[in-house]
Design a binder for this molecule. Structure first.
Ligand code: ATP
Ligand code: MG
Length: 870
């Protein structure tokens, strides 16, 4: 069965059990401070488990793009070395939100595997949670009893907390799990040792394929567990592992999910898979990583220097390094695999198809720059080896290479090994540990449990219509972090505060109690579907009612910049073309920033057109047409622009100004005339194929233009208020270059005269024509003069000094024959004399110069120079 069919069969099966098929959430998570990447199918549903939101449908099924390369789930180092862990993989899942529980979850999983997919039940093992004393919970008898009805007891095993108790994080929903493992070894292998002994033992052919999680507890900040009122089902099955089983192969990489890419890698790199372990690992690493990186880029996450972007960069670099070391690839090649990937997965994940060009460009540029780093690193490593007194290289040095230059440590170790050197690995580990400590303690935050003040209210956002409201605090908690110190997070029953999101910053403002006390809200964020107001201190009487007031000025500026961002987006698409896609946006009160895909610099002429386009829309006084609740499909049909990598619900909000229509949750002006004016202040590259425009609107644009005209007036005044200041500047430039030319001629003239003088002043010492003299010309002229004189006079030893703008130069010329005959070296001589002018220099044996910062020492240096000939 082909992988595409396997995926569909899974979804159809659960659809037949009344589950709604939902799309995969983006792999890159944008608005959640607790998680960078989706690492399990349940991430997009966690609000339902937390009870912060109510699902429309209590049963769902999907395939979710997951990435396990950071945080709690990090499989990166295993990937490629084994045959069943990936960085990016698809997790098939079925969910119950307070609907069915263990009985159905177990029965359906079994039915799908053994009846629909016809997996031989004899090769399956299941596990149940054995219980945990510390948490005070016993063996999961309930699950055991359901399994007993369908699986012989000898194939039901007990599992510990590590394998059979799922937790979302340190706090939150959790519960016991049942895993389904499969034994795909040959009969011969099975006869040697029972599969039962190999479950959860990291055997590549006795692997976990499906995890059924029974979410029945909530873990509190103090570590204790409480029963949830509503119990949920959360299951996850590795799609690639399922394909391995159903396609009857022994490795995920032998399924049709991977074979086309592996074939392509072999062709491009002229290597073959299946002959040597080292090369096989490299090929697997590359096949895996190109998927992770391409999917991330298609989701809007470009490789970068920090955060999620840095994780993506590291994955790609790992692939480049394996190609470099084991497949001898010294030129970019990974980008070439994107075509195969998008052809193969583009049907299930259209974002990959649409963003193919961008993926290729970005990956190629990353490859180029990292290959350069590798080259430089090799040179540095050579130096380290050369300068080392012993055969062991210090871990500190290797760490420096790793940390500052991004040179991979395993490559360092490999090269050292080849050269007969050793790396002090303990020392390296220590340095690495120290660095980890540093970043950990910087990032550490500790959140206390929420203190609930009112149970019944669900927080309502009224900020599109009001900037003020009378509110109650429903809950709050204290959060301590190294970075921000102590902060309080407050949730209200309703709020006019806009939480950071969709690129727009969160609102600031204040709370005023009935007796006039004020508490400032310094930021507003959204977490787990709740709007959280951040304050440095708590209001006095928490039970009271408060006037919540948004900083209207800041909000108006953000709104102006946000609406202008939409018009800019429209302008770029109509002037540069519809290949322009939003790649990031930041809407502050002060300015806006917009990143978009485009393959060349935007010319000054185009920028002017873009500005004019936006300003024309502003002057058309286009009213805001907002639709707060429209079906996603309908909005798209009407021409609304949606973003890749953004998670949209079934009902969306649309913002329209004339022909510009976008899906957007941000705040906007009521009429484009409020933007007043749009001014681009910069345009540049962010990555290959991605440009960035920064612009300002409203008051900021007004201030900018006033300042510009102020500057212009000042310049005009400098030209005695010339009628045509531009012509005045041009004239000045012309005059300046004419003068420069004149000076050059004069200097040449001077040098000629000096040459004549010098020739007359030469004295003969021991058969050498010697002169030491200060002439005050620039370095180039000293050189010319020396060589000209050298061409006319034999056996010349000429020392010249020059003082110019507080800097000193000494030059030394020695006729070639003379230098050889007497063993003189101009380089050494200027180095020695250079001390008097507090400087240094060097050059060749017959001509050298030294520069320094003490002109007063020139005389002394020239005086001393005599000793070399006498
Ligand atoms: P393992 O012990 O094999 O690492 P896990 O316990 O980390 O698995 P879960 O977190 O329970 O796995 O994820 C659910 C399912 O997703 C697993 O049963 C497996 O089939 C699949 N899976 C987990 N991690 C990976 C990965 N890195 N690559 C491919 N599939 C994976
Ligand atoms: Mg794992």
């Amino acid at each position: 069965m082909k992988s595409n069919e396997i995926r569909s069969k899974f979804l159809e099966f659960f659809e037949s059990k009344k589950h709604q098929i939902v799309p995969s959430a983006p792999m890159v998570i944008k608005d959640d401070p607790t998680l960078m990447f989706t690492n399990a199918g349940m991430n997009q549903f966690k609000e339902y488990f937390l009870g912060n939101a109510t699902p429309k449908n209590t049963r769902a099924t999907d395939t979710q793009k997951c990435l396990r390369v950071s945080g709690k789930h990090n499989d990166l180092e295993e990937v490629g070395k084994d045959t069943y862990h990936h960085t990016m993989f698809e997790m098939l899942g079925n969910w119950s939100f307070g609907d069915y529980f263990k009985k159905e979850a177990i029965a359906w999983a079994w039915e799908l595997l053994t009846e629909v997919f016809k997996v031989n039940p004899e090769i399956l093992y299941v596990t149940i949670f054995e219980g945990d004393e510390e948490d005070g919970i016993g063996k999961d008898e309930e699950a055991y009893n359901f399994w007993k009805e369908i699986v012989p007891e000898k194939r039901i095993l007990l599992g510990n907390k590590k394998d059979n108790f799922w937790e979302m994080g340190d706090q939150g929903p959790c519960g016991p799990a049942s895993e389904i493992h499969i034994d795909i070894r040959s009969e011969e292998e099975k006869a040697k040792i029972s599969g039962k002994e190999l479950v959860n033992q990291d055997h590549p052919q006795v692997v976990e394929i499906w995890n059924l999680v029974f979410i029945q507890f909530n873990r509190k900040a103090d570590g204790s567990l409480v029963e949830l009122p509503n119990k949920h089902i959360d299951t996850g099955m590795g799609f690639e592992r399922l394909c391995m089983v159903l396609q009857d192969v022994k490795s995920n990489y032998d399924t049709d999910v991977f074979t086309p890419i592996i074939r392509e890698i072999q062709t491009i790199t002229n290597s073959s898979y299946g002959k040597s372990e080292e090369i096989d690992i490299a090929i697997r690493v590359i096949a895996d990583h190109v998927r992770a990186v391409a999917f991330a880029i298609a989701d809007g996450q470009l490789p970068s220097n920090n955060g999620a972007g840095y994780v993506i960069r590291r994955i790609l670099r790992r692939a480049i390094r394996y190609g470099f070391t084991f497949l001898d690839q010294k030129k970019p090649f990974i980008y070439k695999l994107v075509a195969t990937l998008s052809q193969q997965m583009g049907a299930a994940f259209p974002e990959l198809k649409k963003q193919k060009n961008l993926c290729e460009n970005v990956i190629k540029e990353e490859e180029n720059s990292f290959l350069k780093t590798l080259d430089q690193g090799l040179v540095l490593l050579d130096q380290i080896i050369e300068n080392s007194a012993t055969k062991e290289i210090s871990g500190k040095k290797a760490f420096e290479l790793y940390d500052t230059f991004g040179f991979p440590i395993d490559l360092t170790a490999l090269i050292l090994n080849e050269r007969g050197f050793k790396l002090n690995e303990t020392e390296f580990e220590e340095e690495l540990q120290k660095q980890k400590e540093r970043s950990r303690s910087a990032a550490q935050t500790k959140a206390e449990d929420w203190q609930i003040l009112r149970e019944d209210d669900e927080e309502e956002f009224i900020g599109y219509d009001s900037l003020e409201a009378q509110v109650n605090i429903t809950k709050f908690r204290k959060v301590e972090s190294k970075k921000d110190g102590t902060l309080y997070q407050l949730v209200f029953n309703l709020t006019p505060f806009y939480p950071e999101g969709g690129g727009q910053v969160g609102d600031k403002g204040y709370l005023e109690s009935s007796n006039g006390n004020v508490t400032y809200i310094v930021d507003t964020k959204k977490e787990n579907n709740q709007i959280i107001h951040i304050a440095k201190n708590l209001p006095e009487n928490l039970d009271g009612s408060f006037k919540a007031v948004v900083d209207a000025k800041q909000r108006a500026r953000s709104a102006s910049n946000h609406s202008a961002t939409h018009l800019l987006h429209q302008a770029l698409r109509s002037i540069l073309g519809t290949h322009v896609e939003q790649k990031g946006s930041m809407v502050h009160s002060g300015y806006l920033r917009f990143d978009f895909s485009h393959f060349s610099k935007v010319s000054a002429e185009e920028l002017k057109q873009v500005e004019n386009f936006v300003n024309a829309r502003i002057r058309e006084n286009l009213p805001l047409e907002e639709n707060r609740k429209i079906a996603y499909n309908e909005a798209i049909e009407q021409g609304a622009i949606a973003l890749f990598g953004e998670k949209y619900g079934d009902a969306v909000r649309t913002i329209r100004f004339g022909d510009s229509m976008e899906l957007c949750g941000g705040t906007h002006v009521k009429n484009t005339s409020e933007i007043w004016h749009f001014k681009i202040i910069s345009e540049g590259a962010v990555a290959s194929g991605v440009r960035r425009i920064e612009a300002i609107t409203g008051d900021a644009a007004k201030d900018f233009l006033t300042q510009q005209s102020e500057n212009f007036n000042q310049i005009k005044a400098l030209f005695k208020n010339a009628k045509d200041p531009i012509k005045a500047v041009n004239d000045l430039q012309d005059e300046n270059s004419a003068l420069k030319k004149e000076i050059e001629t004069l200097l040449k003239e001077k040098a000629k005269n000096v040459k004549g003088d010098l020739k007359n002043e030469l004295t003969e010492i021991n058969g050498v024509q010697f002169l030491a003299k200060q002439v005050d010309l620039d370095g180039g002229a000293l050189k010319d003069l020396s060589f000209q004189l050298g061409g006319e006079v034999e056996n010349l030893f000429l020392l010249l000094g020059s003082a110019n703008n507080g800097k000193a130069i000494i030059s030394c010329y020695i006729s070639k024959d003379l230098a050889e005959e007497k063993g003189l070296n101009a380089g050494q001589i200027v180095r020695e004399l250079g001390k008097h002018i507090q400087g240094g220099g060097g050059g060749q044996a017959f001509f050298a110069t030294a520069g320094g910062k003490n002109p007063d020492g020139i005389a002394k240096a020239l005086e001393e120079g005599k000793k070399f000939v006498s």
